[in-house]
Design a protein. Structure first.
Length: 252
């Protein structure tokens, strides 16, 4: 049986959980939303590492055999430290720069992420592998996390917020946009609408979640963690209010 902990600063990690559950439908999951401390984007790496230790301890107390940091910001700040301090495997987010760089026709790719992710050495290293061949333009998705936490995924206000961060990337010629924060895939309909309204209907948005789910499958196999739990399902935990977590979880 496998018990897998999945965490995010809030509901964003549900975009990753959705893919994990497709790949591994018969396991037992614990999803932890640290929404009392959301957003992580502007928090210090030390603060995020401490939160991740607390969350990992909660997972371990519930028997988790692996943990997924379904949060780019937490991955950038904490995954190396967690791997050195705990014996369970940790799977983190990879910004999808590679598929964007391989797919671009214009030679320009955009990355939308939090300020923390864009500063983290994990992202800077990934970027370094590709920036000789493509132009990489970054923008913080300012206000995106708050929209998703408030369940405001579409409508004129969401479009205005999205337009402010997306338009600069489109105007620079980016034809592939990496969604470098797990909250952002929930804004896909609005991102596509804004891109279309601005005259860029063909731009493609890239979500790394399916690749992370594949990685988890491989890690569980490598570690010999038996699959198919006798008691599959998911337990949702949070450090703050749960209404939006429950309603978004019911919709995925
Ligand atoms: N969903 C998160 C990420 O992937 C964190 C967003 C935030 O809390 O700022 O980066």
């Amino acid at each position: 049986m496998a018990i897998i902990g999945i965490m995010d600063s809030g509901v964003g990690g549900l975009s990753v959980f959705r893919e994990i559950r497709k790949a591994l439908p018969d396991e037992r999951y614990i999803y932890y939303s640290d929404n009392a401390n959301c957003p992580y984007g502007e928090k210090t790496p030390d603060f995020i590492r401490d939160r991740l230790r607390t969350i990992t301890d909660i997972f371990l107390a519930r028997g988790a055999q692996a943990a997924v940091l379904a949060c780019n910001t937490a991955t950038g700040a904490a995954i190396e430290v967690l791997r050195s301090e705990y014996s369970i495997p940790f799977v983190g987010m990879e910004p999808a720069v590679k598929p964007a760089a391989l797919g671009t026709q214009s030679g320009v790719i955009g990355v939308l992420a939090t300020a923390g992710t864009l500063k983290a050495s994990k992202y800077l290293t990934t970027k370094g592998h590709f920036e000789d061949n493509v132009r990489i333009i970054e923008h913080v998705g300012k206000g995106f996390v708050e929209l998703v936490e408030n369940g405001e995924l579409t409508g004129p206000h969401a479009e205005n917020v999205v337009r402010r961060s997306l338009t600069p990337l489109l105007e620079e010629g980016a034809d592939r946009i990496v969604l470098g924060c797990t909250h952002y895939p929930f804004l896909l309909e609005t991102l596509r609408k804004v891109a279309s309204d601005e005259g860029y209907p063909d731009v493609q948005f890239i979500d790394p979640a399916p690749a992370v789910a594949r990685r988890l499958v491989n890690v569980l196999k490598e570690k010999g963690i038996a699959l198919k739990d006798k008691n599959p399902g998911v337990e949702f935990l949070s450090s703050g209010p749960r209404e939006n977590l429950e309603s978004l979880a019911a919709s995925i």
